[in-house]
Design a protein around this ligand. Structure first.
Ligand SMILES: [Zn+2]
Ligand SMILES: [Zn+2]
Length: 356
């Protein structure tokens, strides 16, 4: 970022965000070194209340009974910042006790359906829940096109409800910010968000996000192979929420599907194994590694201990085997009190702490 750009920062809104406005596209404006320099520059100036809730920890597009598709939410001073919108994200937010009417910010890592299937529906559900303000959505192209297409798909219903139920027009409330390169994504009074390109072929661009708050730093890997750009982004972070693949179990997973050969090729070439994720966490020097986006996500023969055993070979920090609706605070995990359908025992907070 140039000095001129820095000087043009507006209160609570980065120049980049300011320039993009609604439905704008920008690309290639920042170099990676600028990004990481900016992250290091952040110095906590105030205390903040930060919560991280894993809404969906499953990987892949096939729905199952064990794990919801990918979605997480960082809540800072009661403002939710949703990362990814796999199917079921709206209901998982409700289960987590997060009001849909409070939705303000959505971040999409990449455009695989297990990360964006409920993107439009989440916006709709917020509106249906009484949301009246402004929603800012951030992510790679074609986020703008998808947003417009979603409104088009639902024109009939939305146009009926506006006069019939006295709701405000929805489309003007949504502001899309597309980007294709490394860089700061947004900044407000609670958080500074930075995106870094990751390696998830054939989906280009795919992003990881770093959230820096006054109290803590949380990085979401998105879907990726081990990749230097992610390690740079995650340097020294308190929490790294990282995707994970249990390679020894792939044969069982693939035995159930007809497109096994192609699927195996994709999975191995675009994800991170449970061994390698420990190397990434070690190299980045993070304090806590949270495993998510489990592949396979519903194979009972892959136990929590088996998931944790991989990263433990290389990483000495705290390892948390993520579960849906698990809440993690900077000082450690605790079970969401609002989860009505799974007992604390089932959520496994005690067994998770064992690995700390
Ligand atoms: Zn995925
Ligand atoms: Zn993906």
């Amino acid at each position: 970022m140039s000095d001129r750009q820095k000087g043009e920062k507006t209160k609570g809104v980065s120049r980049r965000q300011f320039l993009t406005g609604s439905m704008a596209v920008f690309a290639g404006t920042l170099l990676a070194k600028d990004v990481f320099a900016q992250v290091k520059d952040l110095s906590p100036t105030k205390k903040s209340d930060v919560r991280l809730i894993l809404l969906g920890t499953g990987g892949g597009p096939r729905p199952n009974k064990v794990r919801n598709q990918s979605a997480w939410v960082v809540i800072v001073n009661n403002i939710p910042y949703v990362v990814d919108c796999g199917g079921g994200v709206s209901r998982q937010l409700v289960f987590a006790g997060v009001s849909l009417a409070a939705l303000k910010h959505i971040f999409i890592t990449h455009h695989h359906s297990d990360h964006n299937l409920e993107y439009g529906n989440l916006i709709y559900n917020a509106w249906a829940s009484g949301f009246k303000g402004r929603i800012d959505a951030y992510g790679p192209p074609p986020l703008e096109k998808m947003t417009k297409a979603f409104f088009e798909l639902n024109t009939y219903d939305i146009n009926i409800r506006i006069p019939d139920e006295g709701r405000p027009p929805l489309a003007p409330m949504v502001h899309v910010h597309e980007f294709s390169e490394n860089g700061p994504v947004m900044e407000d009074e609670n958080v500074k968000v930075t995106a870094a390109l990751v390696n998830h072929p054939p989906v280009v661009p795919s992003f990881a996000y770093r959230f820096d708050t006054a109290r803590t730093s949380i990085v979401f890997s998105g879907d990726t192979t081990p990749f230097d750009n992610l390690i740079k982004l995650a340097k020294g972070a308190d929490i790294l929420v990282h995707e994970v693949l249990h390679k020894p179990s792939l044969a069982r997973l693939l035995a159930r599907v007809p497109n096994a050969d192609r699927l195996l090729e994709h999975i191995v070439a675009s994800h991170t194994t449970h061994i390698d994720v420990g190397k990434v966490a070690k190299e980045a020097g993070v304090k806590t590694l949270v495993l998510t986006h489990f592949v396979p996500s519903d194979d009972p023969s892959v136990t929590e201990e088996m998931w944790a055993e991989g990263p433990r070979q290389n990483f000495d920090g705290k390892i948390i085997v993520g579960k849906d609706l698990m809440e993690i605070q900077p000082e450690g995990p605790r079970v969401s009190k609002t989860n009505r359908f799974t007992s604390a025992r089932d959520l496994g907070s005690e067994s998770i702490l064992r690995w700390s």
